[in-house]
Design a protein around this ligand. Sequence first.
Ligand code: ADP
Length: 399
Amino acid sequence: MKVLVINAGSSSLKYQLIDPATEEVFAKGLCERIGIGGHLKHTPLNGKPVFDEDIDLPTHNEAIAAVLDKMTSEAYGVVASMKEIDAVGHRVVHGGESFASSVLITDEVMKAIEDCIPFAPLHNPANLTGINACTEVMGKDVPQVAVFDTSFHQTMPAKAYTYAIPHEYYDNDKIRRYGFHGTSHRYVSGRAAEMLGKPIEELKLISCHMGNGSSICAIEGGKSVDTSMGFTPLVGLPMGTRCGQLDTGAVQFIMNKYGFNIDEMLNILNKKSGVLGISGVSSDFRDLDNAAADGNDRAALALDVFNYWVAKTVGGYTAAMNGVDAIIFTAGVGENSASTRAAICEYLGYLGCSVDAEQNSKRGEDLVISTADSKVKLLVIPTNEELMIAMDTAEIVGK
Ligand code: ADP
C-alpha cells in the first residue's frame, strides 16, 4: 500500500509518499508560500532529479495538484498514475477530547475537527484546508485518515490533565492539559519496546522529544500518563523560542509595564523566548554550543536552563510512574546533540543512569547509549511521525 502523508500549514504543505509495510519512502517534498506566490521542492527518492522552483500556488488545491503532477510525471515521478496512491494520512494538530486515536475522515470527523478550532486557531483550519484540497483534487473515493498530535495523551488520568483553576472552566470549556507531539512519543515508545525486546505493556518509559518544540512524556504500559505541554504547546520545557512554564503574574507585570496587549505578549512568549530569549544568540542548539564554547555566558546559561528542566521533568515522571525502565531521546536536539544528552543524564545519576561515552558519540540510528551496568536504559531513537501516520492510515483503511 502507498500512503500519501500530508502535513498542511496555513501557507505550507509537507508531504511524503510511503509504503508503511516496507517503510520505503518514494518521494518527499514541501510546498511553500501558498497564497502569496508559491514554491515547490519535490524530491523523488528513485534517483530522478529534484524539482525546486517557484510555481503559482494560489490555494492548497493547486499545491496538492502540483504535488500529484510531479509524483506522476515522467521527469520527477515515482508512480505511474494517481491510482497507485491508496490513501492519504493527515497530521491534525488538535483533536480535543473527541479523538483518542486516529480515524477515517468522514463528514462527522470534519465537523469535530472544526469544533476543535478554538483550541488550535492557527493549525486546525490549515489541516482542514489540506483535507478539503485532497478531496477536491483526488476525489471522494481515496480514503483519508486523520492522525492527531493530541490523541495519544487522551489516556492521561484526570490528576495529570486537570488544572487547578475553578473546575467550571473544564466542565464548560474543556480547559485542561492536552499535550502534543503524541505521534512522535507513540512512535519512539513502540520502537523502544522493540529494541528492549519486551512487551510495551510491561515497560515504564520516558520519551524526551527535544527539537525546536520540546516535550516530555511519561508512558506506562504503552499509554501516555503525563506530558509536559499543556492546553497549548507553549508550556512545559523552555524551547527554541517558546517560554515553557512561566508565572502568569510575570506576564501581567510585563504587559502593564511595557503596555503590551495580549497578542504582543504571546508573540514574545512564543517567538522571542526560550533558549533564544535567554541567550540573545539563537534558538538553534548548534549555535548555542558554539557560542558557549567561545565563552558566551548567556548561551551557556540557556543550555543549563534547558538541561535542568529536562532533568527535573524526567525526575518528576519517574516519581509519577514509581520507576522508569528506559529514557528515550528524540527529535533534532535529542537525536544529534551528544553534549545535551550527556548533561541531562549527569543529573540522573541518582536513578542509576550511566552513559557510555563512545555509544553517545554515534549518530543517525537507533542507539543504546547506556553502559551495561546502567540501571536505566538510555536510548536514542530518530522519530518518524510520517511513518507513524502512514502506518495508522494503512491499518484504518485496511479494516
Ligand atoms: P522541529 O521541532 O521543528 O521538528 P527538529 O526536531 O528538526 O525541529 O529540531 C531542530 C533543532 O534541532 C534545531 O533548531 C537545532 O537546535 C537542533 N539540532 C539539529 N542538529 C543538531 C546538532 N547536530 N547538534 C545540536 N542540535 C542540533
